[in-house]
Ligand binder design. Structure first.
Ligand code: B12
Length: 352
């Protein structure tokens, strides 16, 4: 086993106990905080530290410090919107670094410390990272109107808006990439900055899934290619709209598509691939701490009996956008930024 894997395993093993220890350490330093925190806040604190450790472990495993920096930048914004002072975050990162250094060997700490130090400097830096910024285009007014309907609970109006756009000639591809995708990202940003509730986010996401299903009759082009693809998310991954969009883009290009959705166990995917025998598998992951599950899924698929060696595997989702060439590290054949690119890359890989 390599050192990066060993560090990951060790950190994940101690993550729960360590998060409690860090809370106690910080309470000792800051009696004011110890007095002010109720049980709920203590739980949230421990969860946040456990989260930091998970992201650190995954970034070390992937040899991608950018994954951890990106997360700390995200956390900074998230905690600021919850009125947690940045000095508290900085202090807890310092305490965490000390405790990790006690638990790990010198050789391991040589790999861990640069990430912890750069996390602390991200907290001290001016900027804040708020999700991935959306760019404006000719459908931005439609996206705004659509989101406005959703925020006012007017799901039927949101649906009618999209259907009338499509009837007027806007393609489903444009609706997906220039309306649904930026709206979902904006919903995420508003949730991250505490401007909308989890309930509002769930309502909007559910509504968009409903509207997407109403677009189903518009997906079929009539021209069928003799090609099959399967899309899945890894075990534990709940973000499924990106995977669904990717699948629908292939359907619109005449492929036969099989969308397995969120949270799929590896064995289930392997069995399905053996039955369907597709040319392409698309794996989606949004949470950074699922990247190693993507690698494990690919490794198991490639070594399973009955899987054709020509099967091409594409990966995509948030962490693959953040970390350059992460797709190679997980053993995929390629990565694409969005659903449109995914189709052209797959066509190229299969023709090669
Ligand atoms: C909706 C949503 C949820 C829903 C998902 C429901 C569902 N049925 O899908 C629920 C409520 C379950 C959820 C849960 C969580 N979420 Co959430 N979620 C979102 C949100 C708002 C939208 C996701 C979405 O629909 N995007 C739209 C699609 C179209 O975009 P996409 O996924 O990027 O897909 C495109 C490309 O990436 C690419 N692509 C995607 N997959 C693939 C695969 C291949 C092979 C290829 C080639 C390309 C490709 O093509 C797609 C189409 O162009 C995002 C915001 C965001 N910025 O994405 C947050 C977001 C991803 N969530 C976030 C968080 C923190 C969480 C939770 C941890 C919250 C919590 N405390 O519990 C949990 C984790 C759950 C888990 N274990 O997976 C953060 C992640 C931050 C980070 N730094 O990691 C985000 C960014 C919100 C934010 N701005 O803070 N979430």
């Amino acid at each position: 086993m390599g050192i990066n894997q060993a560090i990951k395993d060790k950190l994940l093993k101690i993550k729960e106990s360590l998060s409690g220890i860090i809370l106690e350490d910080q309470f000792k330093l800051r009696p004011d905080m110890a007095k002010a925190y109720n049980e709920n806040q203590k739980n949230k604190y421990r969860n946040d530290v456990a989260w930091i450790i998970s992201f650190l472990a995954e970034a070390i495993w992937a040899r991608q410090p950018a994954l951890f920096e990106e997360f700390i930048s995200w956390l900074k914004t998230f905690l600021a919107s919850e009125k947690v002072p940045l000095k508290d975050l900085k202090e807890s990162l310092e305490l965490l670094k000390n405790r990790i250094n006690e638990a790990c060997s010198d050789e391991e700490n040589l790999l861990i410390n640069p990430l912890m130090e750069s996390a602390i400097s991200v907290v001290l830096s001016e900027g804040q990272k708020i999700s991935i910024p959306a760019s404006d285009n000719h459908l931005t007014p439609v996206a705004r109107k659509y989101m406005d309907y959703l925020f006012r609970g007017k799901r039927n109006d949101a649906l009618s808006l999209i259907i009338s756009e499509v009837e007027a000639g806007t393609t489903v591809r444009e609706i997906y990439l220039d309306v649904f995708q930026p709206v979902q990202y904006e919903i995420g940003r508003l949730w991250q900055t505490n401007k909308i509730s989890v309930a509002q986010e769930h309502f909007c996401t559910g509504a968009t899934q409903l509207v997407m299903s109403q677009l189903y009759p518009y997906l079929f082009t009539g021209e069928k290619k003799d090609r099959k693809m399967v899309t899945t998310c890894v075990s534990g991954e709940l973000h499924e709209i990106g995977a669904r969009m990717v699948t629908d883009f292939f359907e619109m290009e005449g492929w036969d598509t099989y969308y397995l959705g969120a949270n799929m166990p590896v064995e289930g995917v392997i069995k399905f691939l053996c039955e369907i025998k597709p040319q392409l598998l698309a794996i989606s992951a949004t949470m950074t701490f699922h990247v190693s599950a993507v690698e494990e899924m690919i490794r198991n698929i490639r070594s399973a009996p009955g899987i054709p060696s020509e099967l091409k595997i594409l990966v995509g989702g948030y962490p693959f956008k953040v970390a350059d060439r992460l797709w190679e590290h997980v053993g995929a054949d390629g990565f694409a930024l969005d659903a449109l690119e995914a189709v052209s890359l797959a066509e190229k890989l299969i023709a090669a």
